[in-house]
Design a binder for this molecule. Structure first.
Ligand code: TMP
Length: 206
């Protein structure tokens, strides 16, 4: 059954610059008085934030990593996302399951069939209404990250890893093109913001 709210996710390799644009959309919609829920994955609930710390900082085997990410997602869906959508809110989520297919699947080479099974169990058919994929060459993203904080387990990985992650995202987009909008994230920030605005306007959600 479809829920009255709208579920929008934001994806891309580390350093794609999506946070600034989620901030802008959140602020614009709050000013319009909309019920906006801004959240992120892994995380978004007290339990899922604890799991996030483990996933980002402790070493573990790929199945453990995939299970923890989906455990966090299950709690997040039950506690935050589904209730928000049920009351008609606009949910803006920084990363979701496409990140698992891109990072654990394409990046780490973990079996996609297992990820699909977990996706089915955990989401019970719920998918984002729209996913904005901030796409750019990993070399450009790496340059942006250099000035940033201490890297986590993923940010510290090499360019070849991020090439695979980028391909993993594009493969998800190719499989479900109607759900995705590709944002050319190596453009100037104002141009990227304009692409985001146009995408939202095209949905009739501006
Ligand atoms: P963030 O720093 O953009 O919040 O993302 C946290 C990191 O977690 C990022 O490097 C991507 C990674 N990640 C996964 O590996 N699998 C997932 O399912 C999610 C949601 C994030």
């Amino acid at each position: 059954m479809s829920l009255p709210g709208r579920f929008i996710t934001f994806e891309g390799i580390d350093g794609a610059g999506k946070t600034t644009h989620i901030d802008a959309l959140e602020q614009a919609w709050r000013q319009q008085g909309r019920d906006v829920v801004r959240t992120r994955e892994p995380g978004g609930t007290p339990l899922a934030e604890k799991l996030r710390e483990l996933v980002l900082h402790d070493s573990m085997d790929p199945l453990t990593e995939a299970l923890l990410v989906f455990s966090a997602r299950r709690d997040h869906l039950q506690q935050v996302i589904r209730p928000a959508l049920a009351r008609g809110a606009w949910v803006l989520c920084d990363r979701f399951t496409d990140a698992t297919f891109a990072y654990q699947g394409a990046g780490r080479g973990f079996e996609l069939g297992v990820l699909r099974q977990l996706e089915t169990w955990v989401q019970e058919g719920l998918q984002p209404d729209l996913t904005l994929l901030f796409d750019l060459p990993p070399a450009v993203a790496a340059g942006r990250l250099q000035a940033a904080r201490q890297p986590d387990r993923f940010e510290a990985l090499d360019a070849a890893f991020f090439e695979r992650v980028r391909s993993g995202y594009l493969a998800r987009q190719a499989a479900q093109p109607d759900r995705f909008a590709i944002i050319q994230a190596d453009a100037r920030p104002e141009e990227v913001a304009e692409q985001v605005r146009e995408t939202i306007a095209a949905k009739g959600w501006a």
